[in-house]
Design a protein around this ligand. Structure first.
Ligand code: BG6
Length: 524
């Protein structure tokens, strides 16, 4: 049997050999936290049962809590059943998977606290044939990132590797990646003292979503869209992330973050980059990341003297969401009763480049809104001559703006899919038109389970493919754009919060923002 066959999981029949994972050891730092239970462990198990993991691997959980390997395995099994019931569970398969799970308690910050890990990984490396192929997954509070990186380096576990293709060891860093430009730069500097950029995987789970990856496929695998994808044909773009959820017990974190840091700096910027980027010269990670970065770098800086015209913030008060009475943000647990933290942001952005000159990109993200939906809506310019204007819209001509024209909607969640709104003739002897929609839905078209964002991203990291991860330059550019907004908001007197009731569509100032360029938010 060749080495390659020896490491192949028998569940891997028919998988793309290019995307085969070598034996590895993954250390999850912060393994007692929610992310490990809800996302990481289920994703790893799903990858295992789908045959993506090699026969030999080990996963070491690390956190402050004292636990034995057996207790850790049991806790992971319980959370798998609780948080990922959609993943088929089979006792024998679980036992095989769980035999690669280990646990080590550590406080991460004391001198020498990574030496026991180094010893353990040495033993496990010999046992599982994965010496030196480490992935360190940082799922701890961000304040521990730098001490962990330094601790890994001083125990000899982390070092730079300039291997051409697949450098080891690797580090995965969860968001938030800094809280402003200065802290993001400092964090990058500290990480780069120990790891080469190609060893760093800054995770943004939006990039792992199936529908988000499909944006590039839609644009660049189809001949019909790209000729229209520019200022000559696109009037404006609306990117919406609306959540009915509030802060869900994360008040302490959210007080420090707010919507701009929590959603916009990362997830929304990624969506914007994918919609606006130029075609990459190849599907190589750096080529794709170059193009995403160029978009963020081209966004026009905010005019801080007229900030309200391009950035609006809001905070929810009490209200009703999906039939439930809910408290306002200031009444949430571990939230300051006079908090000035924003739970809603709306931005008007312009990308100053050849393709997008003067096309507004409206971005909104908010909690406790009327409906949970994430979508990108591409609003095309109207037909050049309103031949059918009266048939479409018997009222005054300006109403056309609110009923038309064509809109291509990339629905990220829920009901993942794509729809195109277009005008059609009503059956009958007179010429009357209606707007209808051509729809594609993932669920009905494919009928298979889409891998979770974490499955895709963990697999890519294990393969060494960084295309769906955030690169230093793009992260810093995004902070460079948004940090002045955060600073300006901080200097201003406390805003008149709350300024939207839970269950609404956000503050009226957001409607004013979009109306000032003669547009209106989509009714969702
Ligand atoms: C997280 C934010 O990154 O993304 C949360 O911290 C937010 O506040 C979540 O609710 C939204 O993710 P999704 O995948 O549910 O849209």
């Amino acid at each position: 049997m060749s080495d390659a066959q020896a490491v192949l999981n028998p569940l891997a029949q028919g998988l793309d050999l290019e995307r085969r994972v070598e034996p590895f050891s993954m250390v999850i730092l912060g393994a007692h936290g929610d992310l490990t239970k809800r996302k990481l462990l289920p994703a790893l198990y799903a990858l295992y049962i789908d045959g993506h993991l090699p026969m030999d691997f080990c996963i070491v959980g690390m956190s402050r809590t004292q636990m034995s390997d057996m207790e850790f395995r049991q806790a992971m099994k319980d959370s798998l059943k609780q948080f990922a019931p959609e993943i088929a569970f089979d006792e024998n398969t679980w036992e095989r998977f769980a035999s690669g799970l280990y646990y080590l308690a550590s406080n991460f910050t004391e001198p020498g606290s990574f030496d026991p890990l180094a010893n353990l990984l040495d033993d496990l490396g010999k046992k599982h044939g994965c010496l030196g192929k480490h992935v360190f997954y940082l799922s701890t509070p961000p304040s521990l990132y730098v001490p962990i990186v330094q601790g890994l380096a001083s125990s000899g576990l982390a070092h730079k590797d300039d291997a051409e293709k697949t450098p080891w060891p690797r580090i995965v860093v969860e968001k938030p990646f800094g809280r402003d430009l200065a802290s993001a730069k400092e964090l990058n500097k500290q990480i780069h003292e120990v790891f080469d950029e190609r060893q760093v995987f800054r995770i943004d789970h939006y990039l792992g979503k199936e529908t988000v990856q499909n944006i590039m496929v839609l644009r660049f695998a189809n001949g019909i869209f790209e000729p229209l994808w520019n200022r000559d044909h696109i009037d404006h773009v609306q990117i919406t992330n609306a959540e009915t959820l509030g802060v869900e017990g994360r008040g302490a974190y959210y007080e420090e973050a707010g919507a701009l840091r929590d959603m916009v700096q990362n997830h929304m910027m990624q969506l914007l980059s994918l919609v606006a980027m130029e075609p990459p010269i190849s599907l190589g990670a750096e080529d794709i990341r170059d193009e995403r970065f160029k978009v963020v770098k081209s966004i026009r800086p905010f005019d801080l003297d007229k900030l309200d015209a391009s950035a609006v913030r809001g905070q929810y008060g009490p209200g009703w969401v999906v039939g439930q009475k809910v408290v306002g943000y200031r009444e949430e647990t571990r939230v300051n009763p006079e908090s000035a933290t924003e739970t809603y942001v709306a931005l008007k952005l312009f990308i100053d480049n050849w393709r997008w000159a003067d096309v507004p990109f409206y971005v909104r993200s908010g909690k406790r809104l009327s409906k949970s939906v994430t979508e990108i809506a591409i609003h095309f310019r109207p037909a050049p001559h309103g031949l059918f204007l009266k048939a479409l819209c018997p009222g005054p001509e300006k109403e056309m703006e609110t009923v038309g024209p064509n809109v291509l909607v990339l629905q990220i969640q829920p009901d993942e899919g794509i729809s195109l709104k277009f005008a059609t003739k009503l059956p009958g002897t007179t010429t009357q038109l209606r707007w209808l929609s051509m729809d594609f839905r993932y669920g009905t078209s494919f009928g298979v389970r889409s891998p979770s964002a974490y499955e895709r991203l963990i697999l890519d990291c294990l393969i060494g493919d960084g295309s769906l991860f955030a690169r230093t330059d793009a992260v810093e550019s995004s902070w460079a754009l948004l940090t002045p907004v955060l600073e300006k908001w901080k200097q201003e007197t406390t805003p008149a919060f709350p300024n939207y009731p839970a269950g609404s569509w956000g503050p009226t100032a957001a409607d004013v923002l979009i109306a000032s360029t003669k547009h209106s938010w989509r009714r969702l």
